[in-house]
Design a protein around this ligand. Structure first.
Ligand code: PMT
Length: 315
């Protein structure tokens, strides 16, 4: 990576507002890694999910948001846990959660209890949703109880990138058994903290002019400095299918990730293309099975590739 790129990354972090509860996050993270990966017990993956926001005011009232429901990240997390991985789920607050993808982020699900004094009619009306919640919550609790899933929420681009750096640095000792699966939709432009107004922007003074700076791409520094031995999958989202594969191929070369998952916005739940140095593979949802999701087949392939990568790293 050029020193120009490194300078941009350093100045991004130096000017970021400090991450709240950093000690607490670090403690959880290190405990989780120690529990799961010591003695090569388990592979570990960081799944990023949801979109980052860019605040326009320090005491934020308005922000610019990146689109992502978090469905891809949540569904992929379930499949990684099924494949035996420990997952650090770095997700945007309020987006889809593993094991309850059709429901909003709801702390209720983490301590499921049937209400004692609900009347029979109420129970009947809520029956299907409770059953749904109950079954998926049981799976969620099992994963958490077995300490296979660590959920870390973010909202802003500042929080996301600082947490990604913490995780990557903590994964360093896990080496090739660690993976990054970067499905989050990350802001490309932002307002630098020190040039941001503190209070709510006033609306009475006509149109608003804001100059956005470019967010430095963190993929290069993740690959070269933070966690060079980790297996790294990035994503490419486009709305124009004609340019998608070309953009993904360029990203593969530029950031030296192990594969880029290319998806087009309107068809992303049906099909993705894994772009890598061994060629392009189209992965589709099994349309003959109503419950099937594209992530079932996608994660199976990614896990196979990770196995090959681990084997090759040991020879
Ligand atoms: O959540 P869903 O609704 O299910 O939708 C899933 C999805 C479409 C959001 C997901 O599949 C997806 O494509 N995520 C990546 C979207 C994106 O931000 O693409 P991009 O072209 O802007 O970025 C490409 C890669 O660069 C990403 O892996 C990102 O982590 C990385 N990046 C981006 C900006 C930045 N400043 N630094 C980065 O490292």
């Amino acid at each position: 990576m050029s020193s120009m790129g490194e300078d941009e990354v350093s100045s991004f972090f130096e000017s970021s507002p400090p991450l709240k509860k950093m000690e607490d996050i670090l403690q959880k993270l290190n405990g989780f890694i120690e529990l799961n990966s010591s003695g090569g017990r388990r592979r570990i993956v960081c799944v990023t999910s949801g979109g980052t926001t860019v605040p326009l005011e320090q005491r934020c009232v308005r922000n610019i948001d990146n689109f992502s429901s978090g469905n891809r990240g949540a569904a992929s997390t379930e499949n990684f846990v099924k494949a035996g991985y420990a997952v650090v789920f770095l997700y945007r607050s309020g987006t889809c959660q593993p094991y309850c993808r059709s429901l909003p982020d709801d702390p209720f699900l983490e301590c499921f209890q049937f209400p004692d004094n609900t009347n029979i009619q109420g129970i009947c009306l809520s029956f299907s949703i409770y059953i749904h919640r109950f079954i998926f919550n049981q799976m969620f609790c099992t994963a958490v109880a077995e300490a296979r899933l660590l959920k870390l929420p973010f909202t802003t681009i500042y929080e996301y990138l600082q947490m990604l750096r913490l995780i990557a640095t903590a994964f360093k000792d896990v080496g090739p058994c660690s993976m990054f699966y970067l499905a989050a939709a990350v802001s490309d432009f932002y307002v630098p903290w020190n040039s941001m107004t503190e209070h709510k922007i006033e609306s009475g003074s006509g149109p608003l002019d804001i100059r956005l700076a470019q967010v430095p791409k963190m993929l290069s520094i993740l690959r070269t400095n933070w966690a060079p031995q980790a297996f790294c999958i990035s994503f490419k989202l486009e709305t124009d299918s004609k340019i998608l594969i070309d953009k993904a191929t360029k990203a593969l070369g530029k950031y030296k990730v192990h594969a880029v998952v290319a998806n087009e916005l309107s068809t992303r739940k049906e099909e993705v293309v894994i772009v890598s140095s061994s060629g392009n593979v189209v992965v589709r949802r099994d349309s003959d099975k109503p419950e099937a999701i594209v992530e079932d087949n996608l994660i199976r392939l990614i896990v196979d590739r990770h196995s090959t990568y681990i084997k090759e790293s040991h020879t």
